[in-house]
Design a protein around this ligand. Structure first.
Ligand code: HEC
Length: 173
């Protein structure tokens, strides 16, 4: 994904520079390379960084975090847990144990929503499931791989997990 964005931005920046610099002064001089680099930085990396930071700090805009989490939830979780999180998605009947009702996480624990435990259970990269096999996909790994892993992958995985946990917190009954 990042490669595609970078490539599209390269073309965009080359066209932009062609337009700003009259054709007489065009060339592959050092200036142009420097301008193109700066343009790329502005077009690709700042918005990307902004997206990551915005996702990593959803506390400042709780409404947005819940909306982002809802979007993720429908996309990645609803097949098993159902669009409302009640454990009744189209794939649920094929699973044993069945997918949990995620609107009652706190109710099952006497009114307490354990943020770290729930985040770790969605993440799945750390710890062994208490009851042998795990039917849930290892989301931490999936989110990480969506952008090719590495430190960007880790940041992306963390922000998805954060959004999802906040969303689950918001739908507790
Ligand atoms: C392939 C089906 C499937 C998908 C997709 C799925 N889950 Fe699950 N999930 C399960 C099953 C089955 C369980 C209960 C047993 C287990 O842990 O294996 C479960 C349990 C959970 C639990 C533990 C609840 C508790 O009270 O301890 C949480 C939290 C959870 N899922 C969140 C999610 C989130 C968030 C997503 C989307 C990113 C998701 N699940 C996607 C099948 C799925």
């Amino acid at each position: 994904m990042v490669t595609t964005i970078t490539r599209a931005a390269s073309t965009f920046c080359a066209r932009l520079l062609d337009r700003v610099q009259p054709s007489g002064q065009r060339g592959l001089g050092e200036d142009r390379i420097r301008h193109q680099g700066a343009c790329l930085l502005a077009v690709v990396w700042w918005p990307l960084l902004g997206m990551i930071l915005a996702a990593a700090q959803p506390q400042s805009v709780p409404g947005e975090a819940v909306r982002g989490g809802h979007h993720d939830f429908i996309r990645y979780c609803s097949a098993c847990h159902g669009v409302e999180g009640r454990g009744d998605g189209p794939a649920a009947s094929a699973l044993q144990p069945p997918p949990a009702d995620l609107t009652r996480i706190a109710q099952r624990r006497g009114g307490h929503f354990p943020v770290a435990e729930i985040r770790a259970s969605i993440d799945g990269r750390i710890g062994v499931p208490a009851h042998g096999r795990r039917d849930m996909p290892v989301w931490g790994e999936r989110f990480e791989e969506m952008v090719g892993g590495g430190s960007l992958g880790e940041a992306v995985a963390r922000s998805h997990l954060q959004l999802l946990v906040e969303y689950l917190q918001a739908i507790q009954q």
